[in-house]
Ligand binder design. Structure first.
Ligand code: SF4
Ligand code: SF4
Length: 345
């Protein structure tokens, strides 16, 4: 007899109205499934199709056949013998990285001279930071962009992304040269531009953006389905974990949009802030603890914004910019959608 096994790269997460098979190797292959298929895959794990049909007294044979055809076609499962079953142990999803900081956002509006940011960037580098996003509220000149990027020379920071208000004096050809000159610069985006154009690396948008207010949107296009995020999301906040940021007046924060501050970077070192541990409190809030999100099948793919939530005084409150109702399995705009807060009240 052959027994079904779920591939180790596939993980099923139950929500209130449906479940989601996360294909952690092939993002686009991930798929929602109905709850009765979730039941088959979890309560009858490792059984043969014949045993499953028989459990349901052969009342649902054709549905079960359809389900298994779907699972085979999408390569979520394979079959093996009784002896082979033991050769495929369950995968564990432990997230553990040695870095004290992984990413940072630096907001900039010329309140502080660019030269003064070098200390903060070196401090990030000393704490193993890998990714830094610079968000400018003003039209950066080419010289300003270059001055910022030079601060990253001789550091081990791998990726710098830049978001700036569009400046028509900065030509696209000059940006292309910058990308060559500063290999850490992986993405540069301009908002409030005269035109829209994107290639993923150099992006122009006509949208008017306020960098610290226009963040935290929840949309499937921002979901991250991969082993790293899935593992991290089990016990951490996937936006704030190991994040140390600066707002535009130089206050150290988890993220620039949050209220809590940990001192001015010109007076307090990152090490000092990390030693006090307070900044780490939000790092450990996982989606399993967040109201409503804990009932959502997308909870290990979705960023957990803690700056914009339904109830400011409740640290476990849902991200307010979410337009998904997990109790209906519907996104705003879909037929019958009801805002989840309205529905709960
Ligand atoms: S907590 Fe929210 S506002 Fe802050 S960086 Fe994350 S998504 Fe953006
Ligand atoms: S309910 Fe929570 S986990 Fe689900 S999509 Fe919205 S914010 Fe993300």
């Amino acid at each position: 007899m052959k027994y079904f096994k779920i591939f180790n790269s596939c993980k099923i997460v139950k929500g209130a109205s449906q479940a989601l098979i996360y294909d952690l190797d092939r993002v686009d292959n991930s798929s929602p499934i109905p709850l009765d298929l979730f039941e088959i895959l979890t309560d009858h794990k490792g059984k043969s199709v014949k045993q499953i049909k028989s459990f349901y007294q052969n009342q649902y044979d054709s549905t079960i056949d359809d389900y298994f055809r779907f699972l085979e076609e999408r390569e979520f499962i394979f079959y093996c013998s009784e002896i082979e079953k033991e050769s495929f142990p369950e995968r564990e999803f432990n997230w553990n990285k040695p870095n004290k900081i992984i990413n940072s956002i630096i907001d900039f509006d010329r309140s502080i001279p660019i030269s003064e940011y070098r200390t903060f960037i070196v401090d990030l580098y000393s704490n193993d930071c890998q990714v830094v996003e610079i968000r400018s509220f003003v039209k950066l000149t080419l010289d300003e962009i270059r001055s910022f990027l030079k601060h990253f020379d001789y550091t081990s920071i791998l990726t710098v992304e830049l978001l700036s208000m569009f400046n028509d004096k900065v030509k696209k050809s000059e940006i292309v040269e910058l990308l060559d000159e500063f290999p850490r610069l992986k993405k540069i985006s301009f908002y409030a531009s005269d035109f829209s154009e994107t290639n993923g690396v150099i992006n122009y948008s006509t949208n008017k953006v306020v960098p610290d207010l226009d963040c935290g949107n929840v949309d499937p296009k921002y979901f991250s389905i991969n082993l790293d995020t899935f593992s991290e999301a089990q016990k951490h906040n996937t936006c704030l974990n190991c994040k140390v940021s600066l707002n535009k007046v130089g206050q150290i924060k988890n993220c620039p949009s949050m209220d809590k501050t940990f001192g001015d970077f010109r007076k307090v070192s990152i090490q000092n802030v990390l030693d006090k541990n307070e900044i780490k409190e939000d790092w450990k809030i996982s989606k399993d603890e967040i109201e409503i999100c804990k009932d959502c099948e997308y909870r290990y793919a979705c960023t957990d914004c803690r700056a914009f939530t339904d109830e400011k005084s409740n640290k476990y409150s849902r991200p307010s910019r979410c337009n998904y109702n997990p109790y209906q399995g519907l996104w705003k705009g879909e037929n019958g959608y009801v805002d989840v807060i309205t529905r709960i009240k």
